[in-house]
Structure formats: C-alpha cells, structure tokens
Design a protein around this ligand. Structure first.
Ligand code: ADP
Ligand code: ASP
Ligand code: MG
Length: 409
C-alpha cells in the first residue's frame, strides 16, 4: 500500500466524460489498496475565461479580487469529481484551499504556500475517504482567497504530497510525460524516462509548461518523488510509461542537451538613453520588484560616448502593462519601448557542464535558419535566447535536430 497524491490538469477534467475517466483512474488506485488524495485543476479553458473577464473590466486590476474570481474554476471540478467517485461507491469529499488551511503569503495572483494544516486531510484518509482538493487555491492569514499563479495546481499537489510525506506525487496531464521538446510543436520529440530535478527545474523555469516551476522547487526541497504521466493513455493505475523526476545520480548516461524549451509568455521592454551612472539599474529593477514584477533576461548597452545606456529586459506578458506604468512614473520623459512579439528559446542539459560548444552550436543553428538573436542569457545548464515570435517553431525544431534529439522515424 502506498500513499499517493494524484493531480489532474485542465484537459484531463475538460468535460464530464473526462472527469468520469479520471474517476476510473482514481478508483483503480483505491481498489489497488492505495491511500489516495486527489488535486484537480479547473476544466480546460475555464481559468483563461475567468482571467479574461477580469481584464475586460480593467487591464490593471486589484489582485485580491482577481483571485476571488479565478479560484472558482477548481471549486467546480473538485465537486464534480467527488460526485463521480461517489457514483463508483468510493467515499469522496471536495475540499477548497481555505477548508484545507493551505495558508499562503499575501502575494495575490502568485501567492506562495507557507503551510498546510493536515488534520482534516489525515482524518479523511483515516476514514478511507478520498479528499478531492481544489488545486491552485490557498487562503491568506487574513482569510482572503489567494491563487498560486498559472499552472499552480501542480504546486498544490506537490505541497500536499510533501505535507503528507506521500510515497509519490503523480501529475496526470495531456501528454505522456516530459519530452525533449513540447510534443505539440516537435513531432519527433522523445519522452524522457527519467529526468533530474535540476534539469526539470530549469526546463520549467524557461517555459516547459508541463510542471509549474514552484512545484519542482518544492519537490526538490521536500524530496517528493514526482511522476508525470498521461490521463488518456495506458491502463488504469499508475504502472504507466511516464517520466520520473529523480536525483541526478540515478541517471547513468547524461546527454549533452536534454531538451529544447520555448516560452511565448514574455514581453520585451527597453529604456533608452538613461544616464550611465551608479544606481540606475538598481532604480529600474528596484521599482519593478516593489511592484512584485519579476524580470527575466537583462542586457545593458553603453552608448559610444559612455554617457548614456540602454537597458533591455523581459517580463511576463501579463505583467507588461503594469511594468510600463511603473516605469513611466519612475522615469518621466524617458523613451520606453515594448514588444510582445518575442519568444524565448532555451537549450537545457546537465551534460553541458562537461561539454564545450553547446552555445556555439545554438547560435550557428539559428544563424543558418536566418533567425536573429535579440538577447542571450546563460546558466550552468542552460542557454536562452530571445527571438522574434514568428520563428519559434522553426527555432525549436531545428535545434532539436541539431542536438540529435529527434526520435527515429
Ligand atoms: P495540465 O493542464 O495537465 O496542467 P499543461 O498544459 O499545464 O497541462 O501542461 C502540459 C502541456 O505542456 C503539454 O500539453 C505540452 O504542450 C506542454 N509542454 C511544453 N513543453 C513540454 C515538454 N518538454 N514535455 C511535455 N510537455 C510539454
Ligand atoms: N487552473 C489554473 C490555471 O489554468 C491552475 C492549473 O491548472 O494548474 O492556471
Ligand atoms: Mg499545468
């Protein structure tokens, strides 16, 4: 008998037949003798619609009310799945974030979980009930509903698994695991059997949507075994060919590059002709940080007379208007340009540590395909470039081929 946390994403619960399919999977684990808790997302498209309603009222909105609105998608799914389980003779009960006491900080819209009060969940497990927990939601210490950022149900699931000391957290989604590139873009992408926590973290942070970055951070910190697998393929139960996220040592043969990842969620902002003096970057990025806006890639260029500087950086597209608003107030009269027409392409691999020439191969491949690079950033196991959005597919596919990642056939 294992203690399992199963998480089902939006496509997996997109309509009633899909929810019935999920109920069959959960029922199979329960009948297999496992103790099971479930975390669900909103039905596919529901959160997008709720976000769009908020933007329709105002482009820059009060994040507390945004959370009140966007959290409701998960509420409906958890109730529906509880009903589908009950129909199968499995005692099940829905739980909202606030009922589960998933306490978060006050950063509405991208709140972090601080603690989970487990008494209610333990009691329900002891009774043999399946708790169906609404993912994505928490509650602040002031008692207001909060949400964990897009894709946050993954983090809810890993947090519940960590708190319960579960044997595994199974993340069921609409693809069969973690691939060498988004399988929706690269038909020749290969499923990865085992991926290291560190590579998974890097992939998530540069845009592989399959796991939310914070869920991987938490899995590393709390040593939660995570498996990514499909809701739609294979038999019932979890003996499926998914991807296990594991410690680096478990992987015998490291590829130089394990995946090509893209993100279309970023926007580029440039401040022109700033005075080149100490404290300018601190003022730019300090004012953004004060507004809870995360900055990703950064380049700073000096003018030829060394008196002026241009600073270019990327933020989430959803934060761009807010960022422009903040910067216009802090830097009145400064020329500020922005563009949403960009994509970030990254090559990720632990093997990079021991191979030279990874970045060079990336730049060559992009050049051969006529793709111009706007910004470059690197880490120990990743190289990212910012390019024009329209070249995303071409860039990802050609890099996938260039690093020898294509599946045969
Ligand atoms: P869910 O609703 O189940 O949480 P998501 O849409 O958040 O699902 O994440 C799954 C999607 O992630 C896939 O449909 C796929 O298009 C995308 N994806 C991006 N990169 C990868 C990758 N390297 N491996 C697998 N899926 C990826
Ligand atoms: N429903 C939320 C979203 O679409 C959370 C999730 O699905 O993980 O972002
Ligand atoms: Mg997701």
């Amino acid at each position: 008998m294992s203690l399992l946390v199963l998480k089902f994403g939006g496509t997996s619960v997109a309509d009633i037949p899909a929810i019935e399919n999920v109920a069959d999977k959960v029922a199979a684990e329960v009948k297999g003798g496992h103790k099971v808790s479930v975390v669900v997302s909103a039905m596919a498209g529901v959160t997008d619609q709720l976000v769009a309603y908020c933007s329709e009222i105002s482009q820059i909105y009060d994040a507390r009310e945004y959370d009140t609105v966007v959290a409701i998608g998960e509420q409906a799914t958890s109730g529906l799945l509880a009903l589908a389980l009950q129909k199968r003779g499995i005692p099940a009960r829905s739980w909202m974030g606030w009922q589960m006491n998933i306490i978060t900080d006050e950063a509405h819209g991208k709140a972090r979980i601080q603690s989970i009060e487990l008494n209610a969940l333990r009691e329900s497990l002891m009774k043999g009930d399946v708790a169906v927990i609404a993912g994505f939601q928490g509650v602040t210490s002031e008692g207001r509903i909060s949400t964990l950022g897009r894709g946050g149900s993954d983090t809810s699931a890993v947090a519940v698994a960590a708190a319960l000391r579960a044997d595994r957290c199974d993340i069921y989604t609409d693809v069969q695991g973690v691939y060498t590139a988004d399988p929706r873009i690269v038909k020749l992408a290969r499923r990865i059997d085992k991926i290291s926590y560190e590579e998974m973290l890097e992939m998530a942070s540069v845009g592989a949507k399959v796991l939310q970055t914070r869920s991987v951070e938490l899995a590393i910190k709390e040593k939660v075994p995570v498996q990514v697998l499909s809701s739609f393929e294979g038999d019932l139960g979890s003996d499926l060919n998914g991807t296990l996220v594991v410690d680096e040592e478990v992987i015998l043969e490291q590829e130089m590059v394990s995946s090509i990842t893209h993100s279309r969620d970023e926007a580029k902002v440039t401040l022109r002709n700033l005075s080149d003096m100490p404290g300018v970057a601190a003022k730019v990025f300090g004012s953004l940080a004060d507004a809870s806006i995360n900055v990703d890639m950064i380049v700073q260029n000096l003018s030829s007379d060394h008196k002026k500087t241009d600073i270019t950086f990327t933020v989430l597209r959803s934060d761009m208007l807010k960022a422009l608003d903040v910067l216009k107030t802090k830097f009145p009269g400064t020329m500020i340009e922005s563009s949403e027409d960009v994509a970030k392409i990254s090559v990720v691999g632990i093997g990079m540590r021991s191979y030279a020439g990874v970045a060079q191969k990336m730049f060559m491949t992009l050049a051969e395909n006529g793709i111009n690079i706007q910004v470059i950033t690197t880490s120990e196991i990743k190289v990212s470039v910012l390019i024009l959005d329209e070249y995303t597919e071409l860039a990802v596919r050609s890099l996938h081929t260039a690093y020898g990642l294509d599946r045969e056939g």
